[in-house]
Design a protein around this ligand. Structure first.
Ligand code: HEM
Length: 481
């Protein structure tokens, strides 16, 4: 009996030791993995908890020197990929065409786009920027259909009308205007009238601008804060859009079958709503998102093209010549056609070069949804990844004398993912075509109808977090006779 007890005790003891060994083995493997992860994290400084290098990042952004003061010095110290901590998030900043390709094309597989909480709440949690997989494809399909080749034929004269009306209402009789403000108003009405097919009512622009003001604010809904005002403005917009959507729904249901008659985006979204593919909230959220995506980006692009033209009179003379030739080939009373816009090749080179130097969106954040092994480094799941256009646009490996303004460099084809003002991969800009026509057509009317000059030729550009000219880029104008 005593022998049996001793046997059981020794068995239990052996089992206990064995368990300890297994536990130790698991722990050691875990530690080794952690060590390995730690060892393979990209180089860089995480700074103090939460804050990290947020201050340096914002300071550089405000000076419009994000590349020169934040990205470039770290690239020199650590290489094309480095870690930092921004606004509480462990972040890896990646630079160069192969990084752009890797992270942008692996959207949904390795990373997903990541927006601040205030942006998601104000744009709406069901907008395209929060969609993945099939739902993302569905919304993109609707936007793409409204900007397909056949729709573009009709969009060009519509944009022309919008631009002419804008010049008549806001430029005629003035001797100076704020170019940034003017192009913001114009872009707003182009998105509503030409893309969505919604009439612009007075006060709408202000309501949307109040929402946009809060998109990057601290999401504290306390009376008086930017975010609080933005949330209130968003409620007003929801109310207004819901009545427009319901009216359109009635029209489409009554016309049964001829649902996409006008081919405009609102009709397509509402037709999709009737088919049960998307909800009313999704229609509202995506309209708000489109205005946000189009507004400051296109207006900043136009503003910077004008600044570059003012600084480079030879380029301006060539661009003007291109537009005078298009005018010469027009019959009296005719407006621009899609074919005419295809002849604006030099103008588009100027615009591309300007967006290379001054990308309206300098880059954006992604979040790793799995542990990512990239270039021998580990990017742990949950970390943010920031890709920047600067990383390739300002790199002499891709562009000779990258800081020079030289539209002719676009005569040569550019390798994929090198030139990325419109992003790339599944989230590449859905409004690229609209932005292109908006820029080309605006410049056509501006240079053929007005003499103009910058009031502050070296006006400061700041980023907060989208770039804008500090004084709104005022210009002197006088009509050409
Ligand atoms: C010069 C003007 C514009 C520039 C530089 C620009 C740039 C960009 C960039 C870089 C992205 C990708 C962001 C990312 O990867 O996180 C993007 C996405 C997007 N853009 Fe634009 N954009 C412009 C104009 C427009 C316009 C006019 C519209 C709409 C009418 C628009 C609609 C969108 C939408 C809906 C997305 C999100 C696509 C998605 O998530 O699938 N953009 N844009």
């Amino acid at each position: 009996m005593a022998l049996e007890v001793g046997y059981v005790v020794s068995m239990l003891f052996t089992l206990f030791i064995l368990l300890l060994c297994v536990k130790h083995l698991i722990q050691t493997t875990k530690n080794n993995r952690m060590m390995k992860k730690k060892k393979l994290l990209p180089p860089g400084e995480m700074g103090i908890p939460w804050i990290g290098e947020t201050y340096e990042f914002y300071k550089a952004q405000r000076n419009n020197k994000l590349f020169e003061e934040f990205v470039e010095p770290r690239m020199k110290r650590y290489g094309n990929i480095f870690k930092t901590r921004l606004m509480g998030s462990s972040t890896v900043v990646v630079n160069g065409a192969s990084a752009n390709k890797f992270f942008l094309s692996n959207e949904f597989k390795l990373v997903v786009s990541s927006w601040p909480s205030a942006s998601v709440q104000l744009m709406g949690p069901t907008s395209i920027m929060e969609k993945h997989g099939d739902q993302h494809r569905c919304i993109r399909g609707l936007i793409a259909a409204s900007l397909s080749c056949t729709s573009l034929e009709s969009i060009v004269p519509k944009i022309c009308r919008c631009v002419e009306l804008h010049f008549n209402a806001h430029w005629q009789g003035e001797d100076s205007i704020s170019l940034f403000r003017s192009t913001k108003m114009l872009t707003f009405s182009i998105v509503f009238k030409c893309l969505l097919g919604i009439k612009v009512e007075s006060g709408m622009l202000e309501m949307f601008e109040n929402v946009l003001e809060g998109v990057f604010a601290v999401p504290v809904e306390f009376p008086g804060t930017k975010f609080w005002h933005a949330k209130r403005a968003r409620l007003g917009i929801e109310e207004m859009l819901l009545s427009v959507i319901r009216k359109k729904r009635n029209e489409l249901e009554e016309s049964c079958g001829r649902e996409n008659g006008d081919g405009l985006l609102l009709s397509r979204l509402v037709a999709s709503l009737i088919r049960g593919e998307i909800s009313e909230a999704e229609v509202v959220d995506n309209v708000v998102l489109l205005v946000f995506a189009a507004h400051d980006t296109t207006s900043f692009a136009i503003t910077m093209v004008c600044r570059m033209l003012a600084h480079h009179p030879n380029c301006y003379a060539r661009l003007l010549q291109e537009h005078l030739e298009i005018l010469d080939n027009q019959k009296v009373g005719e407006t621009l056609t899609l074919e005419d816009t295809k002849r604006m090749m030099y103008t588009w080179k100027v615009a591309r070069e300007s967006m290379r130097l001054f990308p309206p969106i300098f880059g954006s954040f992604r979040k790793a949804i799995v542990d990512i092994d990239y270039e021998g480094y580990m990017i742990p799941k949950g970390w943010k990844v920031l890709w920047t256009a600067y990383g390739s646009h300002y790199n002499e490996q891709y562009f000779q004398k990258p800081l020079d303004f030289d539209p002719d460099r676009f005569e040569e084809p550019i390798a994929p993912y090198v030139y990325v003002p419109f992003g790339g991969g599944p989230r590449v800009c859905a409004g690229y075509q609209l932005a292109k026509f908006n820029i080309l057509i605006f410049l056509h009317f501006m240079v053929t109808r007005y003499n103009w000059s910058l009031i502050y030729p070296d006006e400061r550009i700041t980023i907060d977090p989208l770039p804008f000219p500090f004084h709104g880029m005022p210009i002197k104008i006088s009509p050409k006779l």
